[in-house]
Design a protein around this ligand. Structure first.
Ligand SMILES: [Zn+2]
Length: 769
C-alpha cells in the first residue's frame, strides 16, 4: 500500500474525516482521545472473547485491496472506541499470500498482504482480530480439480450460487482444506480467533447426494439418503438429525484446529442467525452450539417489519438463556441499508441504525458495526456507530455482568420449529411466539425466553410459564412442566401445545390434557400437522363469544332499553364489559373439557362479510371452547387457549387480542410483576440487577411503531410513571439516568420504588440503588 497512490485517496481522507468530527446527536459526541493500545491487568487476565465488547467490521470486497486506506480506518477504530475487528482472511478468496493449493487470491490483491497489514495494525492499536472465513463456496477451477468435494443434486449436477460452487460439509473441503487454511492463517498472523460467515454449508431446502454424503449417511443410519423432502418419512427426519450432528462435528473440528495452531484461547466461532427458523434451515443447533461456544457471533443485521427493533432485545435474551449471561454476544449491525431493500453501499438512516443497536444492547448484545467495502462514496454511515459505541463505553459497567429480572418465562425449542413448523414455521411457530411476546412488550411485562430443556433449571425464578403453540414436546419437557405446576407455578398454553412428540408425530391427546382440562375428540394424523386452513394468511370472519354474556341479546328478541346482566365475568375478561363478542380470525375444532374447568370464551363459526345483507351469524353460539381456565389446587392457575389468539395478534395486531393476552398473563401471575409502567407510547422494557442495584432500560419504539421502516426521525415520549419492585438489597431511593444524566426522586410504596421519567427520546437507562 505504501508504494501505491490513488488519486481519490486524499479526497476520501479529507471528506470522511471531516464527517467524523460531527455527531448528529446533541447529547453525545464522538470522543477523539481513544486510549493507547497498552493492555491493562484486566485485559491480560480475562480471555479476549470475554472482555472485548465493541466490534467493527469492514467486509472486504475483492475490489478493495488497492483502495483500503488502513491509516484512515485506524482513526475510525479509535474514534468509535472499537476494541475488536472482524477481518476477511480466506475461504472463497484469500486476502493474504496463501500457499494452500486452490485457495484463490482475491482478484485485485496484486501481491498485497491486506489481511496481514490489517491484522498488524489492529494489534498495534491494541485491538483483537477475528479472522473471517467463508467456507460455503469456491470457484470453478476448484470444482474442476475436486468435483467430489462439492455438493450435488440427485442427478449429479453441482449446486451453485451464481457462478460459485457450493462445497459439501461431508467432504475433504471441510475436513482438510478449511483446517489447512485456519492453520496457515493462525501460524502466519496470530489472530485471536476465527469466525465464518456461512460455515454450515448447504441449507435444508437442498439435499446433497455426493459420494461422501451417501457413505456417511449409510454408515450412520444404514439407510440411503431420502430422494425427496417428506416430513412424514422417518428416514427424512433422520437425515435432518444427521445434518445437525455434522455441523456440531465441524464446530468441534474447527476449534480443535485453531486451538492446536494458535493456543487455547484461539477459538473458532462460526456466525449464527438471529432467527431460530434461520438456524433450523441451516442445521445450526442453537442449544448445542451455545453449550460449546465461548462467544456467539450473531449475524442479525437489521430490523424486519414483522419483528421490529424489539426483536433485537428478545434475541439477546434468548441466546443468553442458552449461553449464560456472563458470555458475550456481539452482533453484526448493518450501517448500510440492509434488508427490504438491500443497498449495500447506501447509508441506513442514522435513526434506524441507532435504534437497532440500542435495542440489541438493551437485550444484552454488544455492538459490532458492519459496512461492506473499505471505500464509500456515501459517507453518512460513518456517523452511525460512534455515538452509540462511545455511550456504550461510558456505561458498560451496567450493560455487562448483570442478571435479568422477570417472573414470566416464554418457552421455546428448536425442535418445535423443525418437526412441527417444518416448512411452515413462520406461520406455525414464529407467529404465535411473536404475538405472545409482542403482547407482553406492549403490556410492559418483562419476560425471558426459556428453552424447553431448561424448564427444570430455570423454573425457580418464574411464577408463570407460557407455552405459545409449543406443539412438539419431549416426555421430559412435559414432566418438567408438571413439576413446575406441582410447585405452585401457573401455566398459559395455546393452540397445539404438547400435541406432538419430539419427532413431530401426533399424540392421541395433548400430553398436558389433564392440566389443560381439555381433550382432543378427533386425533390428528401426521398429515394434518399443518392443516392449511389453520394457517390462512388472512383472518377468517370468526368471533369469540365471551361467557357469560352480559346482555341477553342472543337468547331472544333484542331489548335495547334494559341490559340484562346474566352473570359475573372472570377478571381475565376485564375491560370487555361493553361487548359480548371479540373478533377472532382463526378456526376451532370441538374439544372435550373436564368438569373442573371454566370456559370463558366459545367459538362463533364463520359467516359472510359481504354483502351486508348476508353478514349475520349463522350459528351464534357453540360449545366449542376458545379459552379455558382452571385452578390447580397448588395455588397456581392453568389457562389453556385452544384459539390461536397469539398467532392472530402476531399477524393482525388487534388491540383486543393483545389486551386479552396481557390480561391472562397478569392474572396468572396474580398481578405480581416486578415492573409496572404507565404512560402513552410503545416501549420495550428490560429490567436487570447487579449487586445492590437495579437497571431499567426503556427503549422508545413509539416512532417506529407508527409506520414501516426505515426510521428517520426520533420522537420523544413522556412522562412515564414507573414502579419497580425492590429486592431486599436495593433501597430504591437513589435513582439516576444514564442517557439524560439526571437524578430522579422516588417514593417507596409497598416494596416498590415509584418514580416518573419526564421524557424519553430514543432510550433511557435508570439505575436504582
Ligand atoms: Zn455432500
Amino acid at each position: 500500500m505504501q508504494n501505491q497512490d490513488y488519486g481519490r485517496r486524499n479526497f476520501l481522507k479529507q471528506s470522511a474525516l471531516t464527517g467524523l468530527a460531527i455527531s448528529l446527536n446533541p447529547l453525545e459526541s464522538i470522543a477523539t482521545n481513544a486510549e493507547s493500545g497498552e493492555l491493562t491487568e484486566y485485559q491480560t487476565s480475562v480471555p479476549w472473547y470475554s472482555r472485548v465488547t465493541r466490534w467493527g467490521q469492514i467486509n472486504i470486497t475483492e475490489k478493495d485491496p488497492p483502495q483500503y486506506d488502513i491509516s484512515w480506518w485506524r482513526k475510525f477504530w479509535k474514534q468509535t472506541q472499537t476494541e475488536g475487528v472482524i477481518i476477511n482472511a480466506g475461504g472463497i478468496v484469500a486476502y493474504y499470500p496463501t500457499q494452500i493449493p486452490l485457495h484463490r487470491k482475491a482478484q485485485y490483491l496484486q501481491g498485497r498482504d491486506l489481511f496481514g497489514e490489517l491484522c498488524r495494525a489492529a494489534h498495534e492499536d491494541g485491538l483483537v482480530v477475528f479472522a473471517r472465513m467463508d467456507s460455503n463456496r469456491a470457484h470453478e477451477e476448484f470444482y474442476q480439480a475436486h468435483p467430489d468435494w462439492f455438493t450435488q443434486d440427485a442427478n449429479g449436477k453441482p449446486y451453485k450460487a451464481a457462478d460459485l460452487y457450493i462445497t459439501c460439509v461431508n467432504g475433504p473441503y471441510y475436513q482438510e482444506h478449511i483446517p489447512a487454511i485456519l492453520t496457515e492463517i493462525s501460524r502466519m498472523y496470530k489472530p485471536e480467533g476465527f469466525t465464518d460467515n456461512s460455515w454450515a454449508g448447504l441449507g435444508r431446502d437442498s439435499i446433497c447426494y455426493c459420494e461422501n454424503c451417501k457413505k456417511s449417511f449409510r454408515d450412520k443410519t444404514a439407510q440411503n439418503i431420502p430422494l425427496k423432502k417428506n416430513w412424514d418419512d422417518k428416514v427424512y427426519k433422520q437425515w435432518i438429525r444427521w445434518n445437525y450432528d455434522r455441523r456440531l462435528e465441524l464446530w468441534d473440528l474447527n476449534n480443535r484446529t485453531t486451538k492446536t495452531a494458535g493456543g487455547v484461547h484461539c477459538i473458532w466461532s462460526g456466525m449464527n442467525s438471529g432467527s431460530v427458523n434461520g438456524q433450523s434451515r441451516s442445521f445450526r443447533d442453537y442449544k448445542e452450539i451455545s453449550r460449546r461456544a465461548d462467544i456467539i457471533m450473531l449475524d442479525h443485521q437489521s430490523r424486519s417489519d414483522e419483528g421490529g427493533f424489539q426483536n433485537n432485545g428478545e434475541i439477546g435474551k434468548l441466546i443468553h438463556g442458552l449461553l449464560g449471561w456472563e458470555k458475550l454476544i456481539p452482533e453484526s449491525m448493518a450501517m448500510y441499508q440492509a434488508h427490504k431493500p438491500w443497498f449495500r453501499l447506501a447509508s441506513k438512516p442514522i435513526a434506524e441504525a441507532r435504534m437497532w443497536m440500542i435495542n440489541g444492547i438493551a437485550g444484552g448484545i454488544q455492538p459490532w458495526w458492519h459496512m461492506v467495502a473499505a471505500y464509500h462514496e456515501d459517507r453518512r454511515m460513518y456517523h452511525s456507530p460512534g455515538a452509540v459505541l462511545n455511550w456504550h463505553k461510558a456505561n458498560e459497567g451496567v450493560l455487562l455482568n448483570r442478571k435479568p429480572v422477570a417472573n414470566i418465562g416464554v418457552v421455546w425449542s428448536q425442535e418445535n420449529t423443525d418437526f412441527y413448523g417444518r416448512d411452515n414455521a413462520a406461520e406455525l411457530v414464529e407467529l404465535p411466539w411473536r404475538g405472545m411476546t409482542q403482547a407482553l412488550i406492549r403490556g410492559r411485562i418483562p419476560y425471558l425466553p426459556v428453552h424447553a430443556d431448561h424448564i427444570e433449571r430455570d423454573a425457580a425464578q418464574f411464577s408463570v410459564l407460557i407455552l405459545p403453540n409449543l406443539a412438539v414436546m419431549t416426555n421430559d419437557q412435559v414432566a418438567a412442566i408438571r413439576r413446575f405446576v406441582d410447585k405452585g407455578g401457573s401455566l398459559v398454553a395455546t393452540g397445539d401445545t404438547s400435541l406432538f412428540d419430539e419427532m413431530g408425530d401426533p399424540r392421541s391427546d395433548f400430553a398436558l390434557a389433564d392440566l389443560f382440562g381439555a381433550h382432543l375428540i378427533t386425533p390428528r394424523t401426521s398429515k394434518q400437522i399443518t392443516p392449511v386452513e389453520k394457517m390462512a394468511g388472512e383472518a377468517y370472519h370468526t368471533y369469540m363469544r365471551l361467557t357469560p354474556e352480559l346482555r341477553a341479546q342472543i337468547m331472544g328478541p333484542h331489548t335495547a332499553t334494559e341490559p340484562l346482566a346474566v352473570g359475573q365475568r372472570h377478571p381475565i375478561l376485564k375491560g370487555f364489559e361493553e361487548t359480548d363478542i371479540l373478533p377472532y380470525g382463526g378456526l376451532l375444532e370441538p374439544l372435550r373439557t373436564d368438569s373442573d374447568v371454566e370456559v370463558l370464551m366459545t367459538y362463533i363459526p364463520q359467516f359472510p362479510t359481504y354483502p351486508p345483507e348476508k353478514s349475520y351469524m349463522r350459528e351464534a353460539k357453540t360449545d366449542i371452547p376458545g379459552l379455558i381456565f382452571k385452578s390447580t389446587g397448588n395455588g397456581g392457575h392453568v389457562v389453556f387457549i385452544p384459539a390461536d389468539i397469539d398467532r392472530q395478534f402476531g399477524r393482525s395486531y388487534l388491540p383486543d387480542h393483545g389486551n386479552l393476552l396481557t390480561n391472562i398473563v397478569r392474572w396468572a401471575s396474580k398481578n405480581d410483576l416486578p415492573l409496572n409502567v404507565k404512560g402513552a407510547g410503545l416501549v420495550d422494557c428490560h429490567l436487570y440487577q447487579q449487586p445492590g442495584k437495579l437497571i431499567l432500560h426503556i427503549v422508545n419504539l413509539t416512532s417506529a411503531s407508527t409506520w414501516r421502516q426505515p426510521l428517520d426521525e426520533l420522537i420523544a415520549i413522556g412522562p412515564l410513571k414507573v414502579e419497580v419492585k425492590l429486592p431486599t438489597s436495593v433501597t430504591g431511593r437513589r435513582l439516576r439516568t444514564l442517557v439524560s444524566n439526571q437524578k430522579i426522586a422516588a417514593n417507596i410504596v409497598n416494596g416498590y420504588s415509584q418514580f416518573e421519567i419526564k421524557s424519553i427520546l430514543d432510550h433511557e437507562i435508570i439505575i436504582i440503588t
